[in-house]
Design a protein around this ligand. Structure first.
Ligand SMILES: Cc1cc2nc3c(=O)[nH]c(=O)nc-3n(C[C@H](O)[C@H](O)[C@H](O)COP(=O)(O)O)c2cc1C
Length: 159
C-alpha cells in the first residue's frame, strides 16, 4: 500500500525551503507560471537546474511546448506574488511587472534572483514531471528570501 499522501506532505513540510515562481510560455505568446518549491540545483558542469511540475497544473503543457523556463527566487517582500501564482488557472500576467528573457519565459521584477533555462531532459515522476534545464542566464541581488516551512511562510530576518 502506498504511503499516505497527507502524512508525506506533513513530514516533507518540515524540510524548509525557499519559494520560487517558475515561469514559462506556450510558444504562441501566452505566459504561464506557478509557485514552486520542488526546485533544485543539479549540476555545475554543465549547469543544470530541475523543477518538478504537477501534471494537473494548467502551466504543465506549456513547459513541453516552449522547452524553457525561468526559476524566479522570491524575496521576503513577495509573499503576495507567491499566493498569486499558487492559484490555478487564468492569465496571471495581467499588470505583472516582468520582462521577457532570451528564451521568452518571463523574468519577474523584484525577484531576489532568477535562473533561465532551456529544457534538456524530461522525466516522468508519478503525478509530476521533472524538467531539467540547462542554465542560459542567471543573476541575483542583495536581500532576504521568502521561506516556506510546515505549510506557512517565514522570514529569515525575523528569526
Ligand atoms: C509554497 C508552495 C510551493 C509549491 N510547490 C510546487 C511545486 O514544486 N510544483 C508544483 O507543481 N506545484 C507546486 N505548488 C502548487 C502550485 O503553485 C499550484 O498548484 C498552482 O495553482 C499551479 O498553477 P497552474 O495550475 O495555474 O499552473 C506549490 C505551492 C506553494 C504555495
Amino acid at each position: 500500500m502506498a504511503f499516505d499522501r497527507n502524512e508525506l506532505r506533513r513530514v516533507m513540510g518540515h524540510f524548509a525551503t525557499g519559494v520560487t515562481v517558475v515561469t514559462t510560455h506556450d510558444g504562441s505568446g501566452r505566459c504561464y507560471g506557478l509557485t514552486a518549491n520542488a526546485v533544485c540545483s543539479v549540476s555545475l558542469d554543465p549547469p543544470l537546474v530541475l523543477v518538478c511540475v504537477d501534471k494537473g497544473a494548467e502551466s504543465h503543457p506549456a513547459f513541453g511546448l516552449s522547452q524553457a523556463f525561468v526559476v524566479n527566487i522570491l524575496s521576503d517582500g513577495q509573499e503576495d506574488l507567491s499566493r498569486h501564482f499558487a492559484v490555478s488557472g487564468g492569465d496571471k500576467f495581467v499588470d505583472m511587472p516582468c520582462r521577457s528573457g532570451g528564451t521568452g519565459a518571463p523574468i519577474l521584477d523584484g525577484a531576489l534572483g532568477y535562473v533561465e533555462c532551456r529544457v534538456v531532459a524530461t522525466h516522468d515522476a508519478g503525478d509530476h514531471t521533472i524538467y531539467i534545464g540547462e542554465v542560459q542566464g542567471a543573476a541575483a541581488r542583495e536581500g532576504h528570501p521568502l521561506l516556506f516551512f510546515r505549510g506557512r511562510y517565514h522570514f529569515l530576518h525575523q528569526e
